[in-house]
Design a protein around this ligand. Structure first.
Ligand SMILES: C[S@@+](CC[C@H](N)C(=O)[O-])C[C@H]1O[C@@H](n2cnc3c(N)ncnc32)[C@H](O)[C@@H]1O
Length: 255
């Protein structure tokens, strides 16, 4: 693919294998092409490894955090389950929203919670709203323990951000989807892998071995879910697509 940007002529040309498309630079389409490329370059530069939330590193694109906040404020879940804790920044982020809303708590699952991370999370102002579970997110004991902490009538949002292989995400979707009631979501993050398999830090296997493939397979089996990006509560632009590391991630339960 070759992208040519002409700021004098104010257009952008996209050459994919000989077929050239030219669009106005200052257009929705121009913005989307530049954004897709920006996501790829930023992913390779580890841009998402440069942020923190209330003192803890959070490995996310800020755009994804703001979009998640929009959904959380609308849904007001009783419980947010996240697989993949790392340094705890995303758990602290979700817990801080719960604290501000005076609604909800967070369960974080990770196969390995390093001692310094556990100490920092347990000493944090948000700790009273957080429960940590250490173990493989698809292990029967971990799934059972998570279920035992959630009442049947509670509204649950599940965010899958642990191992992003197709196989693991498929297992997580099967293990956790039944916690999600109608109207709520299970989110298979980091589908960006399918778009960054060809960048220097990428891996050719990710073209198919990624969360989006697992999502498609899950949706074919589970008609009670649809893939649907949450609507933006505020939008005075003509734009409509998230700039994201989480393409096709949002699965809403419809029945
Ligand atoms: C991308 S990081 C999570 C980032 C974190 N959610 C954030 O936003 O800062 C992925 C985490 O998944 C964990 N992980 C990998 N395989 C796992 C598994 N099978 N079960 C649970 N956690 C796993 C890793 O230990 C790592 O901490």
């Amino acid at each position: 693919m070759k992208v040519t940007i002409d700021t004098d002529l104010q257009n952008l040309s996209l050459d994919s294998g000989g077929s050239v498309k030219t669009v106005p630079l200052y257009s929705k389409e121009g913005f989307e092409i530049i954004s897709d490329l920006w996501v790829k370059v930023g992913w390779d530069q580890k841009y998402s490894y440069t942020f923190s939330w209330m003192g803890r590193p959070v490995i996310q694109l800020p755009e994804d955090m703001v979009r998640t906040q929009e959904l959380i404020y609308r849904l007001r879940p009783d419980v947010i389950v996240e697989t993949g804790v790392a340094h705890g920044g995303s758990l602290i982020f979700y817990a801080s929203l719960c604290k501000a809303m005076e609604q909800g708590r967070v369960i974080g699952i990770d196969v390995l919670i390093r001692e310094h991370n556990r100490r920092a999370i347990e000493a944090h102002e948000m700790a009273p709203l957080i429960t940590l579970i250490e173990g493989d997110s698809v292990g029967a004991d971990v799934i059972q323990k998570t279920r035992s902490m959630i009442r049947k009538d509670e509204k649950v949002l599940v965010i899958l951000d642990s191992c992003h292989s197709r196989e693991h995400v498929a297992k997580e979707l099967e293990a956790y989807h039944s916690l999600v009631g109608p109207g709520s979501y299970i989110v298979a993050t980091d589908g960006v892998m399918k778009d960054v398999y060809d960048v220097p830090r990428g891996n050719p296997d990710w073209k198919t071995d990624n969360p989006v493939t697992a999502v498609h397979e899950f949706l074919a089996r589970h008609k009670e879910f649809v893939q649907e990006q949450p609507t933006w509560p505020f939008n005075e632009s003509s734009l409509s697509e998230n700039i994201t590391h989480w393409p096709q991630a949002w699965l809403r339960r419809i029945s």
